[in-house]
Design a protein around this ligand. Structure first.
Ligand code: RIB
Length: 328
């Protein structure tokens, strides 16, 4: 079967350290070392595959052991991959520190990921896909090309603006049908897009006090929706971590409540959501609300396991989890 979901983006070898507390500047702490496959694009592709959607990952790696490991993991997990091997760049790497509450700090060395160019990307899978997903660990020219080609061919284009880089190309929003930022990414976008920035300066928003990472989730739903609309993207889904997510479609908006789970490691939860959402769009015939509800469960399950790509739940685990919650 042809891939229904195509994810174009990053693979990174994650070098994760689990410690009780994050080290402070100048401090050294002991911890456990757990390396594993990662990178936002790859995590999302693994999440979509495991959630049941035939998926293709397109990305770049170096000619090294980490690149070889990426191919092996992809094969073992039934994920089709088109890895472009770069001679001069190493495979991307990420140093991740996770504390006892499951929070994380990440530094990424993108390596080969930024050398994935539009000439490296076959057009056919983009034209045949139902859903095409990109993130921001790639060259923005490549992301623009992928989203533009896929949208022109009728695929649902999903952009996860993570990580939000200072040089973010706002023109990407023109080719995006579904935007999935977290709180910090949403606020950066809202401040950077003239229409949303103007809205934030109006009395209604100023009265609510300055919006920030921790108070965004408590913004009134209609005010939240108006901000999402002003971004100019048809569908905006803001992931709110332990507070669930906010879904804004042209004529309707809703909050989806979080699932109460014991979080062991929240790294990659956003990727789990995005991959789960892409798979959900396929499974529920492009119904955004159903797909977001499904994605919310995928993200919740992912944080109960350590690691990123390896922590993504299977379709059976997701179904069992949702059944239990529906009957609770
Ligand atoms: O979103 C989590 C991912 O961010 C990690 O897998 C790491 O590689 C970084 O890209």
């Amino acid at each position: 079967m042809k891939p229904r979901v195509v994810v174009v983006g990053s693979f990174s070898q994650d070098l994760a350290f689990f410690a009780t507390n994050f080290p402070r500047p100048g401090e050294t702490v002991f911890g456990d070392f757990r390396p594993g496959p990662g990178g936002k694009g790859f995590n999302q592709a693994v999440a979509a595959t495991r959630a049941g959607a035939p998926t293709l990952f397109i990305g770049a790696v170096g000619r090294d052991a980490f690149g070889a490991g990426a191919k092996k993991f992809s094969h073992a997990n039934g994920l089709r991959s088109h890895f472009v091997e770069k001679k001069k760049e190493p495979t991307g790497t990420a140093v991740i520190c996770v504390n006892a509450s499951g929070q994380n700090h990440i530094v990424v060395a993108p390596g080969a990921n930024l050398a994935l160019h539009k000439q490296d990307i076959p057009d056919e899978p983009l034209r045949d896909a139902h859903v095409v997903v990109c993130q921001c660990e790639s060259d923005f020219r490549t992301v623009a090309h992928v989203l533009k080609t896929a949208r022109a061919a009728g695929a649902v284009t999903v952009l996860n603006p993570a990580p939000m880089r200072p040089e973010f190309d706002f023109k990407l929003l023109r080719h995006t049908e579904v935007l999935v930022p977290n709180e910090m990414e949403f606020l950066a976008l809202a401040r950077g897009v003239p229409a949303t920035a103007a809205l934030l300066r109006t009395a209604a928003y100023r009265e609510a006090g300055e919006l920030n990472y921790s108070n965004l989730a408590s913004l009134k739903a209609d005010a939240f929706h108006r901000l999402c609309r002003a971004l100019g993207v048809p569908i905006v889904i803001v992931t709110l971590g332990a507070k669930g997510c906010f879904v804004s479609q042209p004529d309707v908006y809703t909050r989806i409540n979080p699932h109460d789970v014991d979080a062991l490691d929240t790294t990659g939860a956003g990727d789990a959501f995005v991959g789960g959402f892409a798979a959900g769009l396929v499974r529920f015939n492009r119904n955004v609300f159903e797909a977001a509800h499904f994605a919310n469960a995928v993200a919740a399950l992912s944080v109960t396991q350590p690691g990123t790509a390896a922590a993504m739940p299977t379709a059976r685990e997701i179904t069992r989890f949702l059944k239990k919650r529906d009957h609770a």
